[in-house]
Design a protein around this ligand. Structure first.
Ligand code: SF4
Ligand code: SF4
Length: 175
């Protein structure tokens, strides 16, 4: 148990999990809850209890799609997707993940957006397949997308300068 964990998360996310009433309104409305190893309300409770390793190693923090359903239902207005973002940031910095392939995709996607201004799907798919070692999965689908012109050979760099500035600003803001 890590008694300072709840404090660390509150400082990072500006969301106070100690306000959680365990009413389960978040979990009962969450479209992804059935696939999560711990439900959103359980993650809150585990943060309160200081179960740092379990929370950071959970699949939940990577499966949350940020749909905001829980936020609109929560009587205490706790922004769970915002909490999940903070938890993911800590997990990435500590190199732990309950869903390694999602973590790989997440990092490759951000790298692609930073490099080109928007995601370059063809490069992203290639790198993801290499890193996740799923080389031949979905080959037919990829071929069909390519033939229909959905996967461009060259990246679209229209927003590159703005995106680079945005990454710089975020880095400066986070210290
Ligand atoms: S934001 Fe995440 S936790 Fe909240 S309802 Fe959507 S998927 Fe579930
Ligand atoms: S809806 Fe809000 S108060 Fe209720 S369990 Fe979920 S986070 Fe806690």
């Amino acid at each position: 148990m890590n008694k300072g964990f709840a404090q660390q998360i509150t400082e990072k996310s500006h969301e106070n999990v100690n306000k959680c009433l365990q009413c389960l309104k978040c979990t009962s409305g969450c479209p992804i809850a059935s696939w999560m190893d711990y439900k959103p309300n359980q993650i809150n409770r585990m943060i309160q209890m200081g179960y740092r390793d379990k929370v950071l190693g959970s699949s939940t923090i990577w499966l949350c799609v940020g749909c905001q359903t829980c936020v609109t239902r929560c009587p205490m207005k706790i922004d769970i997707p915002h909490l999940m973002d903070s938890l993911r940031e800590i997990a990435v910095s500590e190199k732990v993940s309950g869903e390694p392939n999602i973590t790989i995709f997440h990092q490759l996607f951000l790298n692609s957006v930073k490099k080109w201004g928007r995601a370059h799907e063809l490069e992203l798919i290639g790198l993801y397949k290499l890193k996740s070692r799923q080389l031949f999965q979905d080959m037919d689908l990829g071929k069909q997308m390519f033939l229909k012109g959905k996967l461009k050979i060259l990246p679209d760099m229209a927003g590159k300068r703005d995106m680079k500035q945005m990454f710089k600003d975020v880095k400066k803001h986070n210290g």
